[in-house]
Design a binder for this molecule. Sequence first.
Ligand code: B12
Ligand code: SF4
Length: 703
Amino acid sequence: MQVCLVSPPTVTDFEDPAVAEDEAIRLIEEHAPVGILSLAAVLEEKGTAPHVVDLNRLYYRYLRTEEHPKREADFCSFVVRHLEPLSFDVFGFSTICSSYPLTLRIAREVKRTHPDATILLGGPQATVVDVNTLKAFPFVDVIVRGEAEDTLPRLLDAVSGSCPYDGIQGITFRRGDSVIRNVNAPVIHDLDELPLPAFHLYPELKECHYVPLELGRGCPFACTFCSTNDFFRRNFRVKSPRRLIEQMRLVKERYAIATFDLIHDMFTVDRKKVVAFCEALLDSGEAFSWNCSARTDCVDDELIALMAKAGCRGIFFGIETGSSRMQTLINKGLDLSDSMRRIKTNNKHRIRTAVSLITGFPEETTDDLRDTVGFVIDSLRFDYAEPQLHLLAPLAETPIHARYRDQLVFDDIFSDMSYQGWRQDPADRSLIEAHSDIFPNFYAIPTPGLDRKYLKELREFILNGIQELRWLLVALHQASGDLTGVFEEWRGWLARRHGAGSDYCQDVALYYSKAQFRTDFLEFVRSCYLNDTCKARFALSALVDYEAALTTVKGTPASETDRPVSEIREGPTTMGPDVIPRLARGVNAVHLDVDYKKIIQCLRRKGRLDRVPERSVTLVTRTSSERQTEVLQLSPLSARLLPLCDGTRTVKEIADLFASAREDVEDVPADKACVFGLEMLRLQLLIDCARAFAPGDSVLARE
Ligand code: B12
Ligand code: SF4
């Protein structure tokens, strides 16, 4: 039997093709399609070697295909053209809510081009909308519900005619005009029995930064918006430490990767199991790094310390809402002060922490929203916290969907929890409009207490603001007591500023993703906040000046900030008198009247911004190799020296200038202090050194 397994596409269709390409590469490198690779491994064990198609990888090829430089042709046709010459008895499509319409369109075309093939669907979305899907889409033959490692091989036997469909648990299938739903299959109790996913069928793995591996399945909690607890039947299971470490070792040996995304919706439910895993990792002597998911009430400081010691570098915390009232209503039940303490502990151990919040719950009020925004901003005080703010999408058959099924509205305000593209494909749209029960995640639950358009824009504002103006947002929140108030004022200012027809009014998401947002926002803060009534105005003003200087740096084309390497002649490695120091590539200096370091320290501890001392300081910014902007506050000596390193003076000339200005530093003679200071700047990679001009060099070259 020839089987083809197709992954669900999770790529985002960005407006800018270059961004879309970056995102596709990121997905390919970070998210090997573990679902179908797990099934492929099981089928291989049973003697059927399936063909694996990764639609994210195909999307990347689609972006790069010269035939579609502007991506006018549709991705669905591209996939179908790719699959057309391939001959299979079975096409099995994995599904996720965000791309379910596209998956179904592809499946329809595959059935048209391969009328004799059996079309199977599986994965989280098809599982929960099985009956409706089979009723609405006649080209789908069978849906496998839930975990499929046991079910799929049995189903393939049935497809080949060696047994009837009726006895196979966990499938929903069509017989004549009826749709038959067999009983659920039992969950797989011993996950140790499962083989390593068939990573050898995913050649990109060798380029991956990390490898996804399942730690286990099933979360016993029952949050109202969540679909995974039901999918794995709330049956909590974890692989044994022995098996996990064995699989991690196999990956390391075969692919030379020792960093893992350990998949489990709620790994830390059983503390003893987490401790056993961490201790086994420490005993193994392996230096693996890994990420996982946890609830803040299922970890404690001691456990986090142990996890960090055992290589944990990232934790996903689903906080969901910053309002205690909403915590109860959505059945999450976290103590929010406790949650913030866990974020702080993670920060202490340098564990990158995804702090995920959701807005747009039907019962949510402006007060609840304020609390959620407050939580997002408070978490920003920790460097290792990476807050996320999502707009609620009713995932099919979750308790919240079941309750509001009859009230869903199609308001074109899509949630990133369901749909992440910029433009919705018209063909997808007609499917969605025709089947609210199959695609409810594209619909909205009405929020009587909140305007969803406002929420969507607030999300863009906060997420782009965090990227662009992190500390300024924290400072504004602190100075005003409520960032949503600042947002409302800003929205009013923006509407007055940009009339109808402006970029802002045309496409809010696009506006916030562009540099114009940054420039406008700084102007807004200058005009509305830096007045006598604002107690924190010196600190805010310094932050605005700093961000404005950074805007200039960010807006400068790379060709201008990065001097060509060829221009820098092989420089000496120490500060001899004839060396000519100059600003290193990408380094920029910013002068402020308030101590920037102290502002940040004050914001971290929620101190009073009006007490930050006024003091003239120089900051330097530079772009690191990971394209992050680093900021350093210079010592007074470095601040005096840096402007002199303009590539026109030798060290000796700078020292002479220093000496003539009697610039002795703490009793150290000026010339010595100067050489020491320059050496420090060089070690900090803020300046580089060109060889002094030899007597034969042309004067023009020096100018
Ligand atoms: C890793 C992950 C991602 C990754 C990669 C996903 C991918 N497959 O490419 C990324 C980060 C990209 C991602 C994104 C999103 N995700 Co996600 N993600 C997960 C996560 C944590 C693990 C997936 C996984 O690998 N599981 C392990 C494998 C073994 O399980 P599996 O894929 O389900 O496969 C098994 C069965 O489903 C079945 N099966 C699967 N495919 C097939 C195919 C056939 C033919 C058959 C017969 C059987 C079958 O057999 C497999 C073995 O038992 C799951 C939660 C979870 N624990 O599963 C959420 C989950 C899949 N994600 C979810 C969501 C909502 C999203 C987003 C839409 C929203 C968001 N912001 O997170 C985005 C979508 C982005 C986009 N642009 O489309 C939901 C999906 C709900 C639904 N009804 O579809 C889940 C279930 C989590 C949740 N919150 O409820 N996600
Ligand atoms: S949101 Fe998290 S804790 Fe709640 S049910 Fe889902 S996986 Fe479990």
